[in-house]
Design a protein around this ligand. Structure first.
Ligand code: S3P
Length: 443
């Protein structure tokens, strides 16, 4: 796919700022992707407030527009999606560019296999390195006609008639589960997905809110009965817990004040980090708990805490999967050993997050014991400021910025434009809370 040349961005961090105050984080990325896709498949007009406007979700929005869906803001700033129904998307004129967004390409593979036209799903060089057989194989079992490129993107899809299957997922993945449920919308007969662990359930919640029959048995088997139609959405997207995680960890480790993050999604399939930090000795309070359009939401209140190391394995891993880069920084400051097991999925995210985080943190003087499926960190460790590389991975770049807040001397994170993929305003948010952090144009 074509890449636009844009100037690189660096983030510069100086230690010592005490964090306090109140902030919000942008809308949840997972829910935003799903709102754009499912809103497009509804009968009628969906209204979505607080949708994440960031690199990853803009890619999904552009793909849906290329499939003939009108998506425009109204006067209040809400996004209005003119749903075209389950069979109403238009054939695209060109390959569909999902940018860096793994969620976009995998969920859209599920949608497009059941349409009556051909399409090509593609993305950035980074996305082309990520494994796609995990969705392609079960979709083929449903009757999908998909040609992959050595197990990766581009994916060439020919529309086909699908049949529902029962599929036992080898790894707990919400993207795979969601792809199958989205394909199941157009299949003959029910589609059932059996999960080895509690992967995020936003697709199931949203489908139910749109009137679809989604049954959940024993918390690990999701069955969708194909609906005639989906009702449009009227949704306010909660703040992204995965973005809030960076602010939370910064508040726990830096300075002395109290930090409140308002309006954060606290769906239990996402909040493994809260349980882990509590077991490490953190005091994070949930206040103002409420339900917003089928998703639990709360304000999170955190202040500096002395942390101790812990063991993380089992179901907590999938409920924390995007938070491990931030958690590594907490582990470096905790007293004792933190060990993560059963997290090999970290190696197939935007980057190999175990290898990349270990390599960059070593530049700051950290000692990290890499394991094939996790890592071991003995803390507390003293960090020294240095120049580190964000590797065009938003969560790596943000985690390194947190490390910089704790190091002796200044730290520069290069290749940090990617922060905009999920958390536009990250630097401004931490700066407003008192951190000494700024964004500068790179060479
Ligand atoms: C996501 C699922 C997770 C997560 C990703 C977003 C989603 O990926 O890491 O950031 O929105 O469904 P996997 O499904 O690969 O675990």
């Amino acid at each position: 796919m074509t890449q636009t040349l844009t100037q690189s961005i660096q983030v510069q961090v100086t230690p010592g700022g005490a964090l306090s105050g109140t902030c919000r984080v942008p809308g949840d990325k997972s829910i935003s992707h799903r709102a754009l896709i499912l809103g497009a498949l509804a009968d009628g007009e969906s209204v979505v407030r607080g949708l994440l406007d960031a690199g990853d979700t803009r890619a999904t929005r552009h793909v849906m527009q290329a499939l003939g869906v009108t998506i425009e803001p109204d006067d209040s700033g809400a996004l209005v999606i003119q749903g075209r129904g389950l069979a109403g998307l238009h054939p695209p004129k060109a390959p569909l560019d999902c940018g860096h967004a793994g969620t976009a390409i995998r969920l859209l593979a599920g949608v497009l296999t059941g349409q009556s036209f051909a399409s090509v799903l593609d993305g950035s060089a980074q996305l082309r390195r990520r494994p796609m057989r995990r969705v392609v194989d079960p979709l083929r079992q449903m009757g999908a006609q998909i040609a992959d490129t050595d197990g990766r993107a581009p994916l060439r899809i020919t529309g086909a008639l699908l049949r529902g299957i029962a599929y036992r997922m080898p790894v707990a993945s919400a993207q795979v589960k969601s792809a199958l449920l989205l394909a199941g919308l157009r299949a003959s007969g029910p589609t059932a997905v059996i999960e080895p662990g509690p992967a995020r359930d936003h697709t199931e919640r949203m489908l139910r809110a749109m009137g679809a029959d989604v049954e959940i048995a024993d918390a690990c088997c999701v069955t969708l009965i194909p609906p005639e139609r989906l009702r449009p959405l009227d949704l306010r997207v909660p703040g992204d817990f995965s973005s809030a995680a960076f602010v939370l960890v910064a508040a726990l480790l830096a300075g002395s004040g109290e930090v409140t993050i308002e309006g954060v999604g606290v769906n239990p399939t996402r909040t493994g980090l809260l349980d882990i930090l509590a077991s490490m000795g953190a005091d994070i309070r949930l206040t103002n708990e409420r339900d917003v359009a089928g998703e639990p939401v709360a304000d999170l209140v955190a202040c500096r805490a002395a942390l101790r190391g812990t063991l993380i394995e089992g179901d907590r891993v999938v409920r924390t999967i995007d938070e491990f880069p931030a958690l590594m920084i907490a582990a470096l400051q905790a007293e004792g050993v933190t060990e993560v097991r059963g997290a090999a999925e970290l190696r197939v995210k935007e980057t190999d997050r175990i290898a990349v985080m270990a390599a960059e943190l070593r530049k700051l003087g950290a000692a990290i014991d890499e394991r094939p499926d996790g890592f071991v960190i003995a803390g507390p460790q003293r960090l020294t400021g240095a120049v580190v590389d964000g590797h065009d991975d938003h969560r790596v770049a943000m985690a390194l910025a947190l490390a910089g807040l704790l190091a002796d001397g200044p730290t520069t994170i290069t290749d940090a434009r990617c922060i905009e993929d999920s958390f536009p305003g990250f630097v401004e948010t931490l700066h407003a809370l008192g951190a000494r952090i700024e964004e500068v144009a790179g060479e």
